[in-house]
Design a protein around this ligand. Structure first.
Ligand code: SF4
Length: 370
C-alpha cells in the first residue's frame, strides 16, 4: 500500500494509505500516540489506558466490538508503527514524535501511567464527552443500586479532597501531554459528582486553573438534582459548568421502580426548568427496551408525554440508549422478555422525538472508549 496523504493538524497527524482509493487511515495525537485507525472493514480506537477496541461488521452486517488482548493489540500497534515508518520522510518533524513509540510502550507504559492517574477506571461517559478531559471529583455513585447498572460496582462512593484532586489533575495533565489539544472540555466524573455541595467549588477552580477555558460537563441524577435550586445551578454555571447529562431512563414511574432507580419521572420538569434557567445544556438519557416487552408500550408512551412537556431548546439532546443487559446484574438475572426488535424500537423512538421537534442521538454504551 502506498502513502496517499499526510495531514499535519495542530491537534493530530493523519496518514492515509491505499492503491487507487484510501484503504488505511491512522490518526495520532500530538504525543505521537495512535488514537484511531481503520484498515478496510476494521476500525480500532485506542483508550488512554493503552487498550485497543476493535469495531467491524461480520459478513451478515452484524457489528462486532472487541477489546483486544495484549498480544493482538501489540500486533496492531506494530502494523501502525510500520506504516508510520513508511511515511517517515513525509512526516517531517512529526516523525520523531510518532516513531519514538514501541508497541510495548503504548500498551504497558501508558497503561501504568493511566492507572496512576485514575485510581478507578473511567467506566462510562455520555458520547459527547468521549473527547473531554475526565477528572474524578468523586468516585462511584451515591446510590449504586439500579438493577441494570454495573458501572461502579467495583468501588464505594468517595469524595476527593482538594489536595488529592489537585494531584489527580496534574497526573491527568501529564498523561495527556500534548494530546490535550484533542480534548474539548472537562468532564467531572464519576456517576454523580454534582451531588457534591459547596465542596465542588474548590474542585472546579482547580480544574479551571489546569484546563482554562474548557467547559465542564457531568452526569446528574434526578433525586440529587432536585435538592438544589436554580440559584445553585447558576453559581455552578458561573464557575464553568456548561452541560448536564441526566439518566432519566424512562417516563414510566412503574418501570423506574422496576429498575430500582430512585425519584419519580414526574419531577423531571421542575429540575429541567431549574437547569435551563441557569443556562445549562441538557442531555436526557432514555433506556430504550428497558423492562422488555411487558413495559414496552407504557415506557414509550409515558416517556414521550414527559418529553413533550419539557422546555428543551435546540442546544439540548435526547440520548436513546439501547438496553443491553449486563451479565451479573439483578436486571439480567430477572431476565424480562426482551423487546423483539430493539433496532426497530430505537427507530420508533427517534421518529417520535423528531415529531416532537427534539434532537435525538443514539448512545450505545458498548461504543464507549475514553
Ligand atoms: S444508573 Fe446511575 S444512579 Fe443508578 S446505580 Fe448506575 S450510576 Fe448510580
Amino acid at each position: 500500500m502506498r502513502l496517499i496523504r499526510v495531514e499535519h493538524h495542530p491537534a493530530s497527524t493523519v496518514l492515509a494509505f491505499g492503491e487507487e482509493a484510501i484503504e488505511r487511515v491512522v490518526s495520532f495525537d500530538r504525543e505521537g500516540r495512535p488514537f484511531y485507525a481503520y484498515d478496510r472493514q476494521t476500525a480500532w480506537k485506542r483508550g488512554l489506558d493503552g487498550r485497543l477496541h476493535l469495531r467491524r461488521r461480520d459478513p451478515s452486517g452484524r457489528r462486532i466490538r472487541e477489546a483486544l488482548s495484549r498480544s493482538d493489540a501489540l500486533a496492531v500497534y506494530g502494523m501502525i508503527l510500520e506504516a508510520a515508518g513508511q511515511a517517515r520522510d513525509a512526516l517531517g518533524a512529526r516523525a520523531a514524535e510518532i516513531l519514538r513509540w514501541t508497541p510495548e510502550a503504548l500498551w504497558d507504559d501508558e497503561g501504568r501511567r493511566y492507572r496512576a492517574a485514575y485510581r478507578w477506571p473511567v467506566s462510562i461517559l455520555p458520547p459527547d464527552a468521549y473527547l473531554d478531559v475526565v477528572l474524578q471529583a468523586t468516585y462511584g455513585c451515591t446510590w449504586n443500586k439500579c438493577t441494570f447498572c454495573a458501572f461502579y460496582q467495583d468501588r464505594p462512593f468517595e469524595k476527593r479532597d482538594p489536595d488529592a484532586f489537585r494531584a489527580h489533575v496534574e497526573a491527568v495533565r501529564s498523561l495527556l501531554g500534548r494530546g490535550l489539544r484533542l480534548r474539548r472540555g472537562v468532564f467531572f466524573a464519576d456517576g454523580n459528582a454534582l451531588a457534591l455541595g459547596e465542596a465542588i467549588f474548590p474542585l472546579l477552580d482547580i480544574a479551571a486553573a489546569a484546563f482554562p477555558g474548557r467547559p465542564v460537563a457531568a452526569f446528574l441524577d434526578l433525586w440529587s438534582g432536585l435538592k438544589k435550586t436554580s440559584n445553585w445551578w447558576a453559581r455552578l454555571a458561573g464557575r464553568g459548568l456548561r452541560r448536564v447529562a441526566i439518566g432519566v431512563e424512562t417516563g414510566d414511574p412503574a418501570l423506574l421502580r422496576f429498575l430500582n432507580k430512585p425519584g419519580d419521572p414526574r419531577e423531571l420538569p421542575a429540575l429541567v426548568t431549574a437547569l435551563k434557567a441557569a443556562g445549562l445544556e441538557l442531555r436526557l438519557i432514555f433506556l430504550v427496551g428497558a423492562g422488555g416487552a411487558p413495559f414496552r408500550e407504557a415506557h414509550f408512551r409515558h416517556s414521550l408525554d414527559l418529553l413533550a412537556g419539557l422546555s428543551l431548546g435546540p442546544e439540548d439532546l435526547v440520548y436513546l440508549s439501547p438496553m443491553v443487559p449486563e451479565p451479573g446484574t439483578p436486571y439480567a438475572a430477572a431476565a424480562p422478555e426482551p423487546v423483539s426488535d430493539l433496532e426497530a424500537e430505537l427507530r420508533r423512538w427517534a421518529r417520535a422525538l423528531r415529531r416532537l421537534g427534539l434532537r435525538a442521538s443514539r448512545y450505545d454504551i458498548r461504543e464507549f472508549v475514553y
